[in-house]
Structures are given as C-alpha cells and as structure tokens.
Design a protein around this ligand. Sequence first.
Ligand SMILES: [Zn+2]
Length: 368
Amino acid sequence: MFIFDAHLDLSMNALEWNRDLTRPIREIRRREHGQTDKADRGRGTVCLPELRRGNIGLVVATQIGRYAKPTHPLGGWHSPEQAWAMTQGQLAWYRAMEEAGEMVQVKDRAGLEKHLEFWGAGDPLTPTRERESSSRKPIGYILSLEGADSIVTLKHLERSFEQGLRAVGPAHYGPGTYAFGTDSEGSIGARGRELLKEMDRLGLILDATHLCDTSFREAMDVFAGPVWASHSNARALTPHNRQFDGQQLKELFRRGAVIGAPLDAWMMIPNWIRGQTTPEATGVTLEKMVEHIDYICQLAGNVRHSGIGTDLDGGFGREQCPADLDTIADLQRLPELFRTRGYKEPDIEAILHGNFIRFLREAWKQLA
Ligand SMILES: [Zn+2]
C-alpha cells in the first residue's frame, strides 16, 4: 500500500548527522560504529532505499534551524541569520537529491497528481510502473519548516515560498521568535501574528505540531488557511504538553486538519525516560500507533483526520521507536494491523495516504 509520511527530517540527518541517505541502511549504520556524538548512532531507521522498499513515495520533509537566545533552555544557532543559512544548506541538499534523481519536490496540484500517477498510488489494483523501475524511483517531498526562527524577515518567508516551502510550524521546542513551543508557554505576540498573516497571504499550510497551548489557541484565531498537525499524538493517551488535548483535537477536526501519528516512543507511551527506557522493556510496538490513530478516529467519529507522521529520523533511532520496527519500510505492516482491528480497506488507505493527499488537493486549489 502506498504510504504518505507527513514528517521526516531528512536534510537534518544528511547535514548534521552526516548520513548519506542514498546508501543502504546497513551501510549507514556501519559507518557510525563507535560514534557517540548522537544518541541514535548506528541505529538509524530511515534512508531513501528503505522509503522505496516501504512504498513510502511521498513525504513532508523539513528544514530546521533553531535560533537560541543566551537564555534559551536548549541549544541552537546564535543568530537568526545563522539559522537561515542552515536551512538554506538543507535546501541545497534537497536540490542535490533532485539533481541526482533521488527525490523530487512536490509543490502544487499538477506536480502532486503527476507524482502519484508515477508511483501508481491511489489505485492498488493497477500494476504500477514502480514494478518496472523500483530501484531508483524518486521520493516526492513537500518542503516544510519546523520552527520558524530561521525566517529573519517576512521577505525570507516569501523567498522560501518561492523555493517551494509549503508548510510552516511556527514553533519547535522552547520559546521561539514567532511562537512558544513544546515545554514552554506564551503568546505568539506581534511577530507571530505577522508571520501567520503572511502565511495566509502566500497560501502556506500551518503545522500546529509543537505549538504550546496558548500559542495554539492564538494561532487558530489569527490564521484562516489550511491547518495540519504533521506529527502529534493525543494527550489522553500520552499525558504531556507535546500532545493535543481533546479540545485541541476537536478544533483541528473543525479546521479540516489531518494529524500525523508519530513513532517516537516517548510520545507513544507515558513515562518514557530518554536513554533509559527501552522499547523491549515497555513492549511498545507498531500496535501502539494503531491505538493512537484509533483514538483519534473514535474522537472524530470518522477516519478523515488521521494520517502517518513518523518523525522516525528526528534525533532518535531503534533505541526509541517501536520494538518491532527495524526500518521505516516496516510501516508496510500497518495495513494488516488495522485489518485485525476491523478497519476496512478504504479506511486504511485514507489513513496511510488518502487523507493527507485529499488535504493537499484542497489546500493547493488556489495555488497556480
Ligand atoms: Zn518535531
């Protein structure tokens, strides 16, 4: 089954983790043997060949560069200009992947339809062209910005839009320039309001993931355009400000949002301690993701608002993801897990790709 993943940090892995994502996963892991600078060294689960193997032909891929004032609780670039330069470097990597035929940027309706047709998505009965040339099929990517600190001025946002940027999450972790993110609390302020209005004008999608409760409320009031949540779970199942409470989820349903379910274990089960808790000890498996998605579907009363947003390369690897997942290609086990739970085929397809694709068709109606 064709799969849409609404959240991967591919370029961050290429440039900050120094991973050549065109290589097989075993080779990427092997080259990291003995390295300890990142928690997930030697345990990565994402690369382009594994995306192809898992029939994950379309992803939302981020640019990410945090600006950290001296008082910021987490690290980051010391000026917005450095953060901007980082995201431009990340874009340069995506462009290099395009030139190499490894990836293709999807930024409008025409490009979306062409890409889906190429992958044979949407009609599982038709033999796809993929079967003929599966080895090097380009992975489609929709460019997204996780945390907007790197947007130095609104002109930079317009420039990014021209580069193909189609979704923006104003916040990430901690206090940001345009919104407060996970583990912080505060107003979007005048700059956040300006950013959201400019996003509206340009036709960008608002990614609600990572917005703190106050910033979420304000962003919903200010922003009139399409909203999604690329990688978020429900607070009812995993009590933490990083996830959405019932009111927020219902607000997202009202806005027509699709919510991507992540596979970062600390967001899937309560009381996870990073670096200590293990997937094996807690028994967290892909079935847990199905539970989260089922919860969202029950709350919405339909299957239209659930999708996949794995975040599988977001600074963690096998040490912090479902125990029965070796690489991202294992997402192909999801259809069977949903069937076992009684989900019908059209509903499974909606969750695995259909909802996000419908969302994009709608959101991009007005784009040229
Ligand atoms: Zn994130």
